[in-house]
Design a protein around this ligand. Structure first.
Ligand SMILES: [Zn+2]
Length: 245
């Protein structure tokens, strides 16, 4: 099965550069609950309560306890074959693969991926509202611990909330513009700016492939779309690619 579509044929005389965008669908197959699973509620909470700066200002204790629970729940989930396959692809092509994830869990890293851009931040990081520093964090924040950098007790979850700017957008767009292939895995195609990455890729002549449980809202923009579980589709695609490289 080829990549098909109307994109340019890849020139095999140089390494193939690949950007893979991953979303909630890949984590969901590891059992990570997402707010999209439950009709706008995320573990029983409205996203406005737990995923906006206004929600945090209104009830920081609730928000801390919510993310503390999500952080602890990471210990109960494992990477699945889709995460494993992307780590295997990185082993083969090194820095020519960049994984851009919308997910705040650490499942890509635990599978063995190193070049991961967390555009929506990370559960295992704390951001100081006083000094702006970031710290690896695997404990709770609800007890208001002091910032290791400045000592002020203003650490918040280092996740990008609705209304906040995603991380590393310049780096992401540069990687997409320079890529040969853009692959979207387990994303709804509904949340911008990630939903616009396929348009950016097409504008730069980058081949595009969607791997998703069902057609995403942006599925028509992809050169090729395959639908099914990420844990099946991603390993199959990686195997296919590795035989061609
Ligand atoms: Zn600080």
């Amino acid at each position: 099965m080829g990549l098909g579509g109307s994109g340019p044929t890849h020139n095999y005389s140089r390494p193939m550069r690949i950007v893979v965008l991953t979303g909630a669908g890949i984590s969901a197959e590891s059992g990570v609950p997402t707010f999209r699973d439950s009709d706008g509620l995320w573990e029983g909470h409205h996203v406005e309560e737990v995923a906006t700066p206004e929600g945090y200002d209104a009830d920081p204790v609730l928000v801390h306890e919510f993310y503390d629970a999500r952080r602890r729940a990471l210990q109960k989930v494992e990477p699945n074959p889709a995460h494993d396959a992307l780590a295997r692809l990185e082993q083969a092509v090194g820095e020519d693969l960049v994984v851009v994830t919308q997910n705040i869990d650490d499942l890509h890293e635990r599978a063995g991926s190193h070049h991961v851009v967390h555009m929506h931040g990370e559960l295992l990081s704390a951001l100081c509202r006083a000094c702006g520093s970031r710290h690896c964090w695997d404990g709770d924040l609800s007890g208001r611990p002091a910032c290791p950098g400045c000592g002020v007790r203003e650490l918040r979850p280092d996740v990008v909330w609705f209304g906040e700017m995603p991380h590393e957008m310049e780096r992401i767009y540069r990687a997409i513009d320079d890529a040969d292939l853009f692959v979207s895995v387990g994303t709804s195609g509904a949340v911008y700016p990630a939903a616009g990455f396929v348009i950016e890729a097409r504008a730069h002549g980058v081949q595009t492939l969607e791997l998703n449980l069902e057609p995403s809202e942006g599925t028509a923009f992809f050169d090729e779309a395959r639908h099914g579980r990420a844990g099946v589709l991603v390993p199959a695609w990686v195997n296919e690619l590795l035989t061609r490289l």
